[in-house]
Ligand binder design. Sequence first.
Ligand code: AMP
Length: 197
Amino acid sequence: MKSICVYCGSNAGSKPAYTERAIALGDRIAKEGLQLVYGGGNVGLMGIVADAVLAAGGEVVGVIPEQLVNWEVAHKGVTRLEVVANMHERKKRMFDLSDAFVALPGGFGTLDEMFEMLTWRQLGIGDKPCAFLDVEGFYMPLMGMIDRMVEERFLHPEQRNDLWHGDDLDAMVAWMRAYTPAQADKWMDEKRRKSLR
Ligand code: AMP
């Protein structure tokens, strides 16, 4: 594992705990000798993670669509800023550059990016670890929803078990370093699975 992608809020959230966790994650990424790949913004938790990696002597690659640079939120101090044409290109580029994905608390943008990685992975596009690094139970309702998808047979339990959720940074890093992807099918129905083999 050489680089880690962090998705997180372009706002900083309501509690100091969100900022503290973003700083701890950035610091840890640098100390693990990993490169940070992120959305290139200088706002909210995004800017805080990037600054923490830089402050600890690590490398930061930002991937930002032209439109967001023009809104003047691009981080000017990152190691490398890649400007891409649009959000779709950005997602693909961030995926290509990264060996693992972490979501800190965030809003629509954070979930959109993380869920795209999870859906690509269950379709067999990429097999990189995906983790929700929680802060004070922020992601508990989402995990409840994901468990519901499993219970209602919309999601394979192995796909559920293949994503990490927790608030222990040490445990997350250890899990990522030891990660082997689940071999789970997307399909719940055995007949459908066999017909596709
Ligand atoms: P949100 O969770 O809705 O705040 O969106 C944050 C995620 O969307 C980040 O991971 C970014 O990749 C992207 N994003 C949203 N707003 C911005 C912004 N102003 N600058 C850069 N990226 C952004």
